[in-house]
Design a protein around this ligand. Structure first.
Ligand SMILES: *Cc1c(COP(=O)(O)O)cnc(C)c1O
Length: 416
């Protein structure tokens, strides 16, 4: 598509946008002067949809009027409430409904998955991660290595991009895997790197890993609700994600897990809790744990319904729009942003996000000078700054317009 750097053109794109009406279904933060912020921070915390309060209020109301009976008689009974999310999640993640479960939060889920899927042996004990992985992921993985009595400095392999490059090359990742396969127990990468916005070729990496009998897990914090995923088909072993970024489910809301059905057999080791126990006998309170034969078998506790209600409100919008339509718009919207950025002739900034990307763009600022970020913030843009030198901006197809992107560009142009 031939983009133009005029306000009129942004308006034309908005007029042609089949998803434009969804903007009015979200609450936007306002500036003191009464104008909307230009919100480009869905990569960190997605906006609240106007459906959220209805969904949460329904559960508050049922709790008020039914008390404990709500487990069975609420409009949406709490006992099976988590099951109401699986179908929607399966479409976002590219999985069977039995392979996904909404539970806990991301770092907790990563720990639970490492319990089941990091089983180091004398020969195979190494874990591959990207060098600039999110700190929580590194802490989690290193703590499991130590827990097994091993030395993280020797066991955790952090893959670095080539000198002078910001993104890892798929070929370099797969080459490393092939050359070191006999020692690798687990590959644990972000689906989309939180810092650079790079989308990893999960399909190719999984294929090479599986050919070499290596377990593969992905952290989809920045991928879920952002890019096309087909975890079941690719044969990924497990994945974890949070629901408050592109999934707009509110701060700290319940996250999710994917466990491929090939692992659903009951013997797989795990940390257990009563909500993972066979549903027919759960309330007979037996001593012996019999896991449910799906991803639900990894649940520990009965879940926070108020939080799940917010997730459910959000997923109902994803159901309505569909990932394909969302991604269609996302590609156009972010390409438009990149086009405009490339028209800024300033050596103060450069885009480090490669072509393989979701909606986020990471802008490297010369000398890590945060002043540029402070200036765009003063002018009403909500984006985020990541040390040492990056501004992340993410136009979100569900609630951002082409005009948002254009206005952001005008602000940058003016400052630069
Ligand atoms: C946001 C994010 C997290 C956050 O973890 P929580 O347990 O939800 O606090 C973890 N990993 C990555 C890659 C993230 O982007």
């Amino acid at each position: 598509m031939n983009y133009k750097k005029t306000k009129e053109f942004a308006q034309i794109l908005d007029n042609d946008d089949p998803l434009a009406s969804y903007q009015s279904q979200f609450h936007f933060p306002y500036q003191r002067d009464g104008n909307k912020h230009i919100y480009l921070c869905g990569n960190s915390l997605g906006l609240q949809s106007k459906k959220t309060s209805d969904f949460v209020n329904q559960e508050l109301e049922d709790w008020k009027t039914l008390g404990v009976e709500g487990h069975f008689h609420a409009r949406n009974p709490w006992l099976p409430y988590h099951e109401f999310l699986s179908e929607s999640y399966s479409k976002i993640i590219g999985a069977k409904a039995t392979e996904v479960i909404a539970m806990n939060t991301l770092s907790v889920n990563l720990h639970l998955m490492l319990v089941s899927f990091y089983r180091p042996s004398k020969k195979r004990f190494k874990i591959i991660i990207e060098d600039d992985a999110f700190p929580s992921d590194i802490y989690a993985v290193e703590s499991h290595i130590s827990h097994h009595g091993l030395d993280p400095d020797k066991v955790l392999i952090k893959l670095k991009p080539r000198k002078g490059e910001a993104a890892l090359r798929t070929g370099d990742i797969t080459k490393y895997i092939k050359e070191n396969s006999s020692e690798i127990a687990l590959i644990m990468l972000g689906g989309v790197n939180y810092y650079t916005g790079q989308v990893f070729d999960m399909q190719k990496i999984t294929k090479v890993a599986k050919e070499n009998k290596i377990i593969v897990g992905f952290d989809l914090a920045h991928a879920a609700g952002n890019i096309k995923l087909a975890l079941h088909e690719w044969g990924v072993d497990f994945a974890v994600w949070c629901s408050y970024k592109y999934l707009n489910s509110g701060p700290g809301s319940v996250g999710g897990v994917f466990i491929h059905e090939k692992h659903h057999e009951k013997s797989i080791p795990r940390f257990a809790g009563w909500w993972g126990h066979d549903k027919d006998s759960r309330f007979k309170m037996p001593d012996k744990f019999i896991p449910i034969n799906t991803a639900e078998g990894w649940q520990l506790s009965n879940p926070p319904i108020l939080s799940l209600a917010a997730v459910r409100a959000s997923l109902s919008l994803f159901d309505e729009v569909g990932m394909e339509n969302l991604i269609d718009k996302s590609k156009k919207l972010t390409s438009y942003l990149v086009f405009l950025m490339e028209n800024l002739s300033s050596n103060r900034i450069s885009i480090i996000t490669p072509e393989e990307r979701g909606c986020q763009i990471s802008i490297r600022v010369l000398n890590g000078n945060k002043q540029l970020f402070d200036e765009i913030t003063t002018r009403g843009v909500i984006a985020d700054w990541r040390e040492p030198d990056v501004i992340r901006v993410a136009p979100v197809p569900l609630y951002n317009s082409y005009m948002d992107v254009f206005n952001f560009y005008k602000i940058l142009e003016d400052i630069l």
